[in-house]
Ligand binder design. Structure first.
Ligand code: APR
Length: 229
């Protein structure tokens, strides 16, 4: 069975109604990254940061997987499919994908500020964390999200996975943020690369097949292309 590795970004969830970051009207037009997505911002104003992630968590729990998520999950019938996502929603999992690696953390999880190994899962019914919500060791809980300037613990695992890809598919990412964007450099030479995005995305790899569509239509087109191979 061929191994398809899929690198996804915020555009993957756009058709589920979840805002991207750098499109017009995106999150980084509404909030300053340094205020809500850095350790310094959290130290300066933890309430603002908790509110930001509580709102995003609620939106993610209320969202539904789109046809792109479902299409990727269905591809597991004919391929080994490994999803490496920059997204912190759980829409890939809810669509049925069985191998999902979150590079930038997960909205559904929170962790101790004193002991990062203490991780707790939130649910639709219990979706927010407040100042004063503490771990079992008595320290404040924070979002289980990789903030700018923090390490990306899953990147080595992601590199290993990309290196075993027979096909690499990139969906809905502007490839602006490293080390995630650098994963394209780890495909074995000669590995076909498909990039699904309604807008232009600059890539330095040769021979990328661009599918200039949204995630839902783009995944359907990709499946037809692969079927014809
Ligand atoms: N289908 C597919 N792609 C889409 C769609 C859609 N319907 N709508 C928009 N896009 C594309 C945009 O053209 C853009 O290329 O999704 C991409 C979104 O890019 P960004 O907003 O930069 O999101 P992303 O690349 O995931 O950002 C990476 O930056 O802020 C950090 O941690 C955050 O994980 C995030 C990282």
């Amino acid at each position: 069975m061929k191994h398809i590795v899929v690198l996804t970004g915020a555009g993957m969830s756009a058709e589920s109604g979840i805002a991207t970051f750098r499109d017009s009207g995106g999150l980084w037009e509404q909030y300053a990254i340094e205020d809500v997505a850095t350790p310094e911002g959290y130290r300066r104003n933890p309430q603002l940061v908790l509110d930001f992630y509580n709102a995003r968590r609620k939106a993610a729990f209320d969202a539904k997987p789109n046809k792109g998520h479902v299409g990727l999950a269905e591809m597991e019938a004919g391929y080994k499919v490994s999803v490496i996502t920059q997204n912190v929603d759980d829409l890939h999992e809810r669509a049925g994908s069985t191998s999902v690696l979150h590079l930038h953390g997960e909205l559904s999880k929170v962790r101790s500020t004193a002991d990062p190994s203490l991780i707790y899962t939130l649910t639709r019914d219990n979706w927010e964390i407040k100042l004063g919500d503490k771990c079992e060791k008595g320290s404040q809980l924070r979002p289980h999200i990789v903030w700018f300037g923090e390490a990306v613990p899953m990147i080595e695992k992601a590199v290993e996975i990309v290196h075993t890809a027979d096909i690499l598919v990139v969906i809905g990412t502007s490839l602006n943020v490293y080390p995630a964007a650098g994963l394209l450099n780890y495909v074995r030479s000669g590995t076909p690369v498909y990039l699904i995005d309604p807008n232009d995305v600059s890539v330095h790899q040769p021979d990328v097949c661009f599918i200039k569509k949204g995630a839902s239509e783009g995944v359907a087109e990709l499946r037809n292309i692969l079927k014809s191979k």
